[in-house]
Design a protein around this ligand. Sequence first.
Ligand code: HEM
Length: 161
Amino acid sequence: MDSYHSLIIARVLHVVGVVLWIGGVAFVTTVLIPALRQLPSKQQRMDLFESLEGRFGTQAKLVTLITGLSGFYMLDAMDAWNRYQQEGFWWIHMMTLIWAIFTLVLFVLEPLVLHRWFHQQAQLNSQRSFLLLHRMHYVLLFISLVAVAGAIAGVRGWTFI
Ligand code: HEM
């Protein structure tokens, strides 16, 4: 396959990965966590959260890998690493930063510390822990959508600066 077509395939994989990934984050933030917060029993809330989190976690890890690999592949194939030195490409910095946050949380912090920490906090004060979880997801969703909007406009030459 020539490099022209492999670049198109990388972009297709990249954007399909982004849709699944950020769409999942949007669902968790605007539907799932609010529904969990309304459950009356704190035990029920935690049990349901942990069983759903397990399923979504695997999916999120897979799309994080696909999006990251295809993103770095495109930068390499276009010989565009120097975009990291240009402020007009702030959206490339932002995409990479979001990817790094998710990679760190999903592959390192969650299995090592966050899972146990959240479980403990939720036993102590369930309402407050789920409120914090909700806020963190809103922040991640917001910056992800800014990066998506910035990328789509940026690729077409409008960088907002
Ligand atoms: C390691 C992380 C990432 C790298 C290195 C990366 C790199 C890239 C590159 C090189 C492009 C093509 C730009 C062009 O054609 O000039 C692109 C497109 C895109 N990226 Fe990323 N990306 C990463 C993560 C993300 C994340 C986390 C998101 C979503 C929040 C995202 C959203 C997009 C979108 C929507 C496009 C398509 C823009 C368009 O063609 O209209 N990327 N990315």
